[in-house]
Write a protein that binds this ligand. Structure first.
Ligand SMILES: CC(C)(COP(=O)(O)OP(=O)(O)OC[C@H]1O[C@@H](n2cnc3c(N)ncnc32)[C@H](O)[C@@H]1OP(=O)(O)O)[C@@H](O)C(=O)NCCC(=O)NCCS
Length: 189
């Protein structure tokens, strides 16, 4: 008998939205620890800080049979109390197995900036790790200046709000689709 290897299941749809359920919040925190403590070693043991007390967490969910299945990406946003209208995004992370597979980083950035825009944001900023500057530039962000944070080179970058129309229903968010495994071949002329 010949047993064919079964390819691993690949979700085809992902939803990016505000994290509201307690399991979503727990899974966002776990993914952040996995990426920023275990993988990148930027923080030891726990990456939580004072911003978490008032930040809005956002999640990217994989779906199984149309139902939310697992958190595979996260980011958080907050408004600066002393400067109304100024919002920041931070702790952007996509689970390693899903990077580059479904535009989850781009989807998280879109929900982050567009939902803040709908809440009165006039300036949206982030400290971006140096290696990710090209990703943000491709997504309509401007590089303002270089800063050293947690011992790593970062850039302070600002989103072009015109590229991020206000999103009024971030609890519903948006859907991203998995990219095809094999790129479609261009038809011969
Ligand atoms: C940075 C990160 C969130 C990107 O998530 P992702 O889901 O892989 O990103 P996307 O698939 O949405 O990328 C969008 C596009 O940018 C490209 N891209 C992704 N990361 C990039 C990078 N660092 N530099 C240049 N281009 C990049 C992708 O190839 C894709 O291009 P395509 O649409 O032509 O295929 C992810 O790599 C990650 O979690 N890294 C570890 C944690 C981290 O560095 N956090 C960011 C702190 S600033």
């Amino acid at each position: 008998m010949i047993i064919e290897p079964v390819p691993p299941f690949r979700p085809s749809h992902f939803r990016v939205k505000f994290a509201v359920e307690s399991w979503e919040l727990r899974a966002c925190a776990a993914l952040r620890r996995q990426v920023f403590c275990t993988e990148q070693g930027i923080f030891e043991g726990d990456d939580c800080d004072a911003i978490d007390a008032h930040a809005i967490p956002i999640c990217a969910l994989s779906t199984l049979g149309g139902e939310a299945d697992a958190v595979v990406g996260t980011v958080r946003i907050h408004e600066v109390a002393e400067r109304p209208g100024e919002w920041w995004g931070s702790r952007l992370a996509v689970a390693r197995a899903f990077r580059g597979t479904a535009a989850l980083g781009a989807g998280l950035i879109q929900v982050a900036v567009s939902s803040a825009h709908a809440r009165g944001c006039t300036r949206f900023l982030a400290h971006v790790q140096e290696r990710n500057v090209p990703l943000f530039q491709a997504l309509h962000w401007t590089n303002l200046d270089a800063v050293e944070l947690h011992g790593h080179p970062h850039h302070r970058m600002q989103a072009c709000l015109a590229a991020y129309p206000p999103m009024h229903d971030p609890e519903r968010g948006l859907v991203t689709l998995a990219k095809p495994l094999i790129p479609t071949l261009a038809k011969a002329a």
